[in-house]
Design a protein around this ligand. Sequence first.
Ligand code: ADP
Ligand code: MG
Length: 260
Amino acid sequence: MKKRSAKKLPSSPTSLRCRSLSVAIGKEPIVRCVSLVVRRGETHVLMGPNGSGKSTLAGALMGLPQYRITSGSILLGNKSLTKLPAEKRASEGLFLAFQNPPVLPGVSVLSLLNHAQSVGGNRLPKSDLKSYAATLKTAASRLGIEQSFLTRSLNEGFSGGEKKKSEILQLLMLKPSFAFLDEIDSGLDIDALKVCLHALREHQIEYNAGFVFVTHNPSLLRYVDPSYVHIMIRGRIVRTGSKDLMDLVADKGFAPFLKP
Ligand code: ADP
Ligand code: MG
């Protein structure tokens, strides 16, 4: 791979952290006292059995309204995000690729990206629109996305793989500092997964982004080289370690992490 220096803005925060974060859905406590630090350029993998609270943690960090933070804090550099709505967190450089991307009838990928660009205070001057469209075309073809797809209603009738590709396309265009990729490996066939992960890795190197892959599937290890692996059981991170933890999960499942 060609080596490139990271495109880092001088003021861009170097870490995203949550401290003793607890999250409820309605009255039900789901995430319990989780602390996590993700630095720019790092790759984390958050693993755990179904229903352990991985998506809840990712959604709460992104600020999705259905997740209620009951205690703890979220910091981007020195700035607190804890009380900011999702769109503010997005313009501060956070991104979530949804496990189940929502259907938005009447809103295309193209119009969503144009809107996100202007909400972020980066409305493009007319002179730049052409080059933006060209960049979008290039990113789409890099992921094997047909041009006609860009003007279809977002996720309406999309296959599982198309939904995931569309999430990744949005990431490539919005260039977040920190991104959560929730079950990005589900729905994509093996060839598409390789293409997408390759594009993500190149992008991560170029922009020095911090990525958190959320998955229950240890086979992702074949394609992702994590700096840290976290195991989440019943809403708590019970172990943090190197990629050896993924090997252990591949071998023995989550049983070694479950308390009797
Ligand atoms: P994971 O991503 O690890 O599979 P989730 O964060 O999706 O787990 O879910 C954690 C728990 O929260 C599960 O028991 C799930 O049933 C519950 N949960 C998720 N969404 C809701 C909801 N909208 N209302 C009530 N419970 C929910
Ligand atoms: Mg999930």
